[in-house]
Design a protein around this ligand. Structure first.
Ligand code: NAP
Length: 292
């Protein structure tokens, strides 16, 4: 068997077209969605990420503001900036690019963002909403994975999903989203014993570890669906995921590539969350769009 690819670039383009329509409707009503991105310091990877986020905003018509600050910025000054953005009616989403320099408490900064503008979905109130099944922002990467499953009409009811990695931004929210769709979820981490035994029982595997080849062909049941969240570099410096792609694609029914898989979906769901935030404040625009 050779897997079918779930192409994150194509799916992103489709979803971004729909977002463009929603942005146009909001803009026509005088409520252009706005995203503020704060970058502290000069981490090269972070600079690329924020540049891509701002570019994606432009593509769909979202107003974006990029605030670049030196890594000497104090936590207090960062909190002042966030407070100003919380009050700014032209801004519907606030994103502080992580990681932050060691002298800044990232959790305190995230909690300072107004929950109504928490488009990354990292605020404790967003986490609580996801946990209880209430309306709220879903973290972009696992949300993107859910959209990928939707795109292949994958019915999660009663399926066994194994998530490898339990971070607050990927693994844990991923497990919650899958649970909400009635999958039976096993959440694995670095202390999990017999990982291969668990993954071999899985109908769906999500790898979100940050370790190359953590999932190999012998660990995957034929016909399983495999989503690769990992972003690593191979010995030639090329971007690769957590999954041994060439091996696993011989047994999985569907697989996401790296690059071109989950990565572009993460940015698309950030755009989605920003548009959704603006719509929450302008429900008449949202309703008018639904009735067209
Ligand atoms: P993280 O915070 O470092 O979490 C990694 C998780 O993997 C931890 O829960 C850790 O377990 C677990 N783990 C480590 N080694 C393991 C092993 N050998 N077997 C099983 N579990 C193991 O990372 P993250 O932020 O969730 O990101 C994970 C990966 O996804 C990274 O490569 C990151 O770059 C990538 N990522 C990609 C996107 C995207 O848009 N594509 C977005 C976010 C992240 P413990 O909890 O026990 O330490």
């Amino acid at each position: 068997m050779t897997s079918q690819l779930i192409n994150g670039v194509e799916l992103s383009n489709q979803l971004r077209q729909d977002l463009q329509t929603r942005v146009k409707a909001l803009t026509a009503a005088g409520h252009t969605p706005g995203l503020a991105v704060i970058l502290v310091g000069e981490n090269p990877a972070s600079q690329v990420y924020v540049r891509n986020k701002v570019k994606a905003c432009e593509q769909v018509g979202i107003h974006s503001v990029l605030e670049k600050t030196p890594d000497t910025l104090t936590e207090k000054d960062l909190l002042v900036k966030i407070d100003a953005l919380n009050q700014d009616p032209s801004i519907h989403g606030i994103l502080v690019q992580l990681p932050l320099p060691a002298h800044i408490d990232a959790q305190r900064v995230i909690e300072a963002i107004s929950p109504e503008k928490d488009v990354d979905g990292f605020h404790i109130s967003s986490a609580g909403a996801l946990m209880t099944g209430a309306k709220g922002f879903w973290p972009c990467t696992p949300f993107g994975c859910m959209k990928m499953l939707e795109s292949i009409h994958y019915d999660l009811k009663g399926k066994h999903a194994v998530v490898i990695g339990r971070s607050n931004i990927v693994g844990k929210p991923m497990a919650m989203m899958l649970l909400q769709k009635n999958a039976t979820v096993t959440l694995c981490h670095s202390h999990t014993k017999n990982l291969a035994e668990l993954t071999r029982q899985a109908d769906l595997i999500v790898a979100a570890v940050g370790v190359r080849n953590v999932l190999t062909k012998d660990m995957v049941k034929p016909g399983a669906v495999v989503l690769d969240v990992g972003m690593n570099r191979d010995e030639d410096g090329k971007l690769c995921g957590d999954v041994d792609f060439d091996g696993v694609r011989q047994v999985a029914a569907f697989i996401t590539p790296v690059p071109g898989g989950v990565g572009p979906m993460t940015i698309t769901m950030l755009l989605h969350n920003t548009v959704w935030a603006a719509e929450q404040l302008n429900p008449t625009v949202e309703r008018a769009l639904q009735s067209t």
